[in-house]
Ligand binder design. Structure first.
Ligand SMILES: NC(=O)C1=CN([C@@H]2O[C@H](COP(=O)(O)OP(=O)(O)OC[C@H]3O[C@@H](n4cnc5c(N)ncnc54)[C@H](O)[C@@H]3O)[C@@H](O)[C@H]2O)C=CC1
Ligand SMILES: CC(C)CCC[C@@H](C)[C@H]1CC[C@H]2[C@@H]3[C@H](O)CC4=CC(=O)CC[C@]4(C)[C@H]3CC[C@]12C
Length: 440
């Protein structure tokens, strides 16, 4: 393990740096001109309203020239940048970290900030890029500020992803909303100008009424009403990020922010996929259909989500006027299918079978079982954490069509999926097989 030491950051800020390793840089990406678009707004039932802290420059987005620091365009090729990835050791975060090291030619230093640092960071020891592992908590403003100080770009992907009732609503709110507020304030205090936030499709829906969202885009009208703490927190945090666009940061220049909204992410490291696989193995290779095949669920490969983050972060500087304050769904060529049929694309080749062309249990019984699980969770909470996959919220999400069809990220910053559906599928199958065999 690396030797623990402390570094002084700007002013009186201090960060806990637990390791410095280096990685590799390779192939550059791309980018092209695009046009403007709209961002979505959700409503959380039973949650506090946001502080109305709008930046002074928000209403007056300038021309590209106004956003560039003097000489930036000329020195763009030569300038090496410091990136910070919060949540860099999570499922998505690890892919973002690796993608930056492989595909961001201007990367000079990569800071990986997470509550729990992964041992795989040690692998990144060779190569020209300095990788700084920072163990920290986004809910601690001083830790965030110390990590952000001196960074050019922040990719804020840290979050508490919990739709199963493992964490309290207050904790989810604290990490996802206050954590995001801390990241924004740190950017403002320390002069960091570019912030990419990992939002979620859950910011839009499915809503509490179970309305379908069919091939929707960023401009599709949809009644976004949330009750569950996770989508509420993501919606509030996304709003904070978008409203922070244009705020003046230390040094006088405007903050530029955007939010990326993945649908259900799959790929190497996807815990729920691994859990389904293990459950199937325990049941002798069978899984039982619970949701009608006609309910389509949007899914996106983790490598493409990571690639979209890298491109968005890169292009925020050049296309600030266009991208600032915008939201983008994350999409790729993954087929539209029901949650279970989609999982079978990977679990099938691993030897599992999905039983039933139609759900084996009537829907009312699933609703009853989900409600029973919720009741048991509440009753048992003082004694033990009971958090099964099936609860009223997950059932509603799984049972509501939610698919996106958009090219906004392509138009605004030249995003094209880096991995084809075939590649994404093969990579995921190989990972499921390896993860499954390591569980035996
Ligand atoms: N998994 C999915 O299908 C989707 C995820 N997202 C969003 O993507 C982001 C990443 O999600 P995943 O990688 O799936 O989750 P994950 O749980 O694998 O990763 C989250 C990371 O954040 C870190 N983290 C949590 N609380 C923290 C804190 N207080 N301080 C510092 N680090 C903290 C965790 O240690 C973890 O490494 C989240 O913001 C999530 O809301 C959005 C859409 C879909
Ligand atoms: C047994 C049930 C009938 C099936 C359970 C499946 C569920 C566990 C999952 C179905 C849909 C998933 C969610 C969806 O992909 C959207 C998400 C976006 C996020 O930002 C976080 C994760 C999630 C909420 C994801 C969670 C698991 C499902 C509810």
């Amino acid at each position: 393990m690396p030797v623990e030491h402390r570094v002084a950051a700007r002013g009186r800020l201090r960060a806990r740096v637990v390791g410095v390793v280096a990685g590799r840089v390779s192939v550059p990406g791309m980018g092209q001109e695009g046009e403007g678009g709209a961002s979505g707004r959700g409503r959380c039932v039973g949650w506090p309203a946001l502080d109305e802290r709008r930046g002074p420059l928000q209403a007056s987005l300038g021309t590209l020239g106004q956003w560039l620091q003097p000489g930036m365009a000329d020195s763009a090729q030569a300038q090496k940048l410091v990136y910070l990835v919060t949540g860099g050791c999570g499922f998505l975060g690890e892919h973002v970290v690796r993608m930056l090291l492989q595909r961001e030619p201007r990367l000079g230093e990569l800071r990986v900030f997470d509550r729990h640092l992964g041992p795989w960071l040690e692998e990144l020891k060779t190569g020209p890029v300095r990788v700084t592992a920072i163990q920290g908590d986004v809910t601690e403003a001083h830790e965030v500020a110390a990590a952000v100080a001196g960074a050019h770009v922040v990719i804020h992907t840290a979050g508490l992803v919990d739709v199963f009732g493992r964490a309290s609503p207050e904790t989810i709110h604290e990490v996802n909303v206050q954590g995001t507020r801390n990241v924004i304030e740190a950017c403002v205090q320390t002069g960091t100008r570019f912030l990419v936030y990992t939002s979620s499709m859950e910011v839009v829906g499915p809503n509490t009424k179970g309305h379908p969202f069919y091939r929707g885009n960023e401009d599709t009208l949809y009644e976004a009403v949330h009750r569950h703490p996770y989508p509420c927190s993501k919606a509030l945090a996304e709003r904070l990020v978008l409203e922070a666009n244009g705020r003046e940061v230390h040094g006088g220049l405007p903050l530029v922010t955007c939010a990326l909204r993945p649908t259900g992410i799959y790929g190497e490291g996807h815990q729920i996929m691994r859990d389904f696989y293990r459950q199937g193995l325990r049941l002798g290779g069978w899984l039982f259909r619970a949701i009608p095949a006609s309910v389509e669920h949007g899914r996106v490969y983790v490598g493409n989500v990571a690639w979209m983050h890298v491109l968005a972060a890169r292009e925020l500087e050049r296309r600030a006027a266009l991208m600032g304050g915008q939201v983008y769904f994350c999409y790729d060529g993954s087929p539209y299918k029901s949650y279970e049929d989609f999982n079978m694309e990977f679990l099938g080749p691993c030897g599992l079978q999905l039983v039933g062309a139609r759900p084996l249990l009537p829907y009312w019984l699933l609703v009853f079982l989900a409600a029973l699980n919720a009741l048991l969770q509440w009753l048992l909470r003082p004694l033990v954490l009971y958090a099964p996959l099936l609860n009223p919220y997950t059932l509603a999400v799984a049972n509501t069509t939610f698919t996106v069809s958009t090219d906004k990220a392509q138009r605004h910053f030249g995003y094209e999926p880096l991995f084809s559906w075939e590649d994404s599928r093969t990579r995921t199958i190989l990972w499921v097989q390896a993860a499954g065999s390591s569980a035996q």
